[in-house]
Write a protein that binds this ligand. Structure first.
Ligand code: SF4
Length: 381
């Protein structure tokens, strides 16, 4: 585990935090967004915010694929699973995402739908092979990280002649979401001094797509790995950019991310998928050219075309603040439902479901530190 342990060295993390504290100008506040849910999880799990000086703050972003999936797409998946002979295959963290009317994939399965939890596209392909009498629909979600495996699964199905395998495509793209946050209108725009850029996404797309944010907005982006030393070093790099008045793309995760990304994965994605004109994101609303759909040439593998369903638009629970959390406007602890009626066992919003969700991460790790801080303050008073 050397290669992991060396990125979790507490003494080194505290030393870098000391450098951040020394270099952060006392008269200003630094506000950085970690776009990716993996970073949100790491920041909560390793207590990185506790190491930072009070004027360097982290803001959670929308980079959790489960969190940004709107309720209508869960409803659509449940409707697909309700069709005769359809087996819906979904990742485990989708199973409890709230659908309309208090539903979920888990409840639909309990009511009789054939919904199976899978760990990868390979599991779904295996089911299609083993059960030719079933129409196997893979509920494909995720950013650029998980899109290449879906593309390869479609090609594999074609090569094997599996005509009972389709994908319900919900793959979304990182750069349009970052742009939506930077260009949100008026009061919906959160003030940001920089982004901790995604790790795994960037291994696929490279560093180039972030250059526009530096160019158009002067906003620094530092791509970072998911280990605690990766994250805290990226924060130091952002502080230094801000202090120097620079807005550039830097790559802290150079051990995995190449400037050009993974060209083989990019070609596979481009072969099977093309841009949707628009796609609804939870919290961010309709974003043009922000998601992918199956190309016409591969329409035989597109569940939306093979199995049309109709669903009624549904609104999120009005008391849930996931939308504002995903836009960086508020934090999980500010939601009145946090830890009362909403917990990972009884999630009211998508941010409480996936481990990468801001509410779930705060529930698992952050709430204890909040309580400890409150206790320490009480004792001091
Ligand atoms: S705590 Fe629950 S209700 Fe509140 S924002 Fe998070 S997911 Fe929504």
């Amino acid at each position: 585990m050397n290669h992991i342990d060396e990125y979790r060295d507490g003494a080194l993390a505290r030393a870098i935090a000391g450098t951040i504290a020394a270099e952060a100008a006392p008269g200003r506040t630094y506000r950085f967004m970690e776009f990716c849910g993996g970073h949100t999880h790491a920041i909560s799990r390793y207590g990185i915010e506790d190491l930072l000086p009070a004027n360097v703050r982290m803001i959670h972003g929308p980079g959790c694929p489960v969190c940004v999936l709107p309720m209508g797409r869960i409803d659509h998946a449940i409707a697909l699973a309700g069709r005769a002979a359809v087996t819906l295959c979904a990742y485990g963290d989708l199973m409890r995402v709230p659908a309309s009317g208090g539903g979920s994939l888990l409840k639909a399965r309990a009511a009789g739908a054939d919904i199976r939890m899978v760990y990868s596209t390979l599991d779904a392909l295996a089911i299609a092979r083993e059960e030719p009498g079933r129409q196997v629909v893979f509920f494909a979600i995720g950013f650029e990280t998980t899109t290449p495996p879906t593309a390869l699964a479609v090609r594999q199905a074609r090569d094997e002649g599996l005509n009972n395998f389709t994908v319900f495509c919900n793959h979304v793209l990182t750069p349009p979401a970052i742009r939506a946050i930077l260009e949100a209108p008026g009061a919906e725009r959160v003030r940001l001094d920089g982004f901790v850029g995604p790790a795994h996404v960037s291994t696929v797309i490279g560093t180039g797509p972030y250059a526009a944010f530096a160019r158009d907005h002067g906003t620094p982006v530092v791509i970072a790995g998911f280990e605690p030393l990766d994250v805290i070093q990226a924060i130091l790099m952002l502080v230094r950019q801000v202090n120097a008045g620079r807005g550039e793309v830097e790559n802290q995760y150079a051990r995995c991310v190449k400037p050009e990304g993974n060209l083989i994965a990019q070609r596979a994605m481009a072969d099977v998928f093309e841009l949707r004109d628009t796609f609804e994101w939870r919290g961010l609303g309709e974003l043009p050219f922000s998601a992918l759909k199956v190309r016409d040439a591969w329409s035989a593998f597109d569940a939306e075309r093979r199995f049309p369903v109709t669903t009624t638009p549904a609104a999120d629970n009005p008391a849930c603040e996931c939308g504002d959390i995903l836009r960086g406007l508020t934090a999980p602890a500010d939601c009145k439902l946090f830890g009362t009626v909403c917990s990972p066992e009884t999630p009211l919003g998508s941010c409480m479901v996936s481990p990468e969700g801001a509410c779930a991460a705060h529930w698992t790790y952050g709430r204890f530190r909040t309580l400890a801080r409150a206790g320490a303050q009480g004792a001091a008073a």
